[in-house]
Design a protein around this ligand. Structure first.
Ligand SMILES: [Zn+2]
Length: 250
């Protein structure tokens, strides 16, 4: 049974993801996009408390939203992301200080994990105070970070980052976030895709930065969305398509 909250969390497509300052400094550590190299991960881990492996959706994540129903629904949704993408990341909130952010690293915070998704507590609060689709915006950020975890598990990250420029890795993560959006749209026909597209563009930059312009980010998400909604690609085939799409980006 899918709860109403979980339906909401998965329903609204606010697939912007990574609204962050892409070159966030935490304790003078520089992340590339929202990708944190393994060697730098411990410095972020020192800012975490509880980490959770998200496998079934029934796990209990650190209660930080101020809404127990939302916390449970988020855990369910993250479990679905894990299953759809066939990844097993650890999930932890971290103290992001004055630079709200969400990050992913191939370094496992817990044994057996394929990497770790780090969600800033100030980022969480900022998203939850958004006037439209606050719940979905949280999930959207998570879907993007789970996209990075896919690139770690498959080893594609090495080629996506071969020039040490995070742009293609970010395009890959946006594509996979779009894939999740398409998955939800097929599951629920009244999925508000227009709302997500509008919100996505509102978060993009004028200049490319690390994540791409709003147009580039929107294109990646829409391509990912179409890959399942129109082309009916399986998740493994969509991962291949996401890689080809991202590597073709100049
Ligand atoms: Zn990212």
């Amino acid at each position: 049974m899918i709860s109403r909250r979980e339906t909401i969390l998965g329903g609204a497509l606010t697939l912007l993801t990574c609204t962050c300052d892409c070159h966030a400094n935490v304790s003078s550590v520089r992340a590339l996009g929202c990708h944190v190299p393994k060697l730098e991960a411990p410095r972020y881990f020192s800012r975490t408390q509880t980490a959770t492996l998200l496998q079934t959706g029934s796990e209990v994540i650190e209660a930080r939203s101020g809404n127990p129903e939302l916390d449970r629904a988020l855990a369910q949704t993250l479990g679905r992301l894990s299953q759809l993408f066939d990844v097993l990341p650890a999930f932890a909130y971290y103290q992001d200080g004055s630079q709200p952010n969400a990050l992913a690293t191939p370094e496992p915070r817990l044994q057996r994990a394929d990497g770790t998704v780090l969600f800033g507590l100030n980022m969480l609060q900022q998203l939850l105070t958004r006037p439209e689709h606050p719940d979905a915006s949280v999930v959207a950020v998570c879907a993007h970070e789970f996209g990075h975890i896919v690139s770690y598990k498959t080893g594609l990250i090495d080629r996506l980052m071969q020039d040490n420029n995070p742009f293609r890795a970010e395009q890959f993560a946006d594509y996979m976030a779009g894939y999740y959006a398409g998955f939800k749209k097929l599951e629920r026909n009244d999925f508000p895709a227009v709302a997500f597209a509008t919100t996505q563009r509102s978060f993009g930059g004028v200049t490319r930065g690390t994540h791409g312009t709003s147009e580039e980010r929107g294109s990646a998400v829409i391509e990912g969305f179409k890959s399942i909604y129109e082309r009916k690609l399986s998740a493994p085939d969509a991962i291949d398509a996401a890689f080809q799409f991202s590597m073709s980006r100049q």
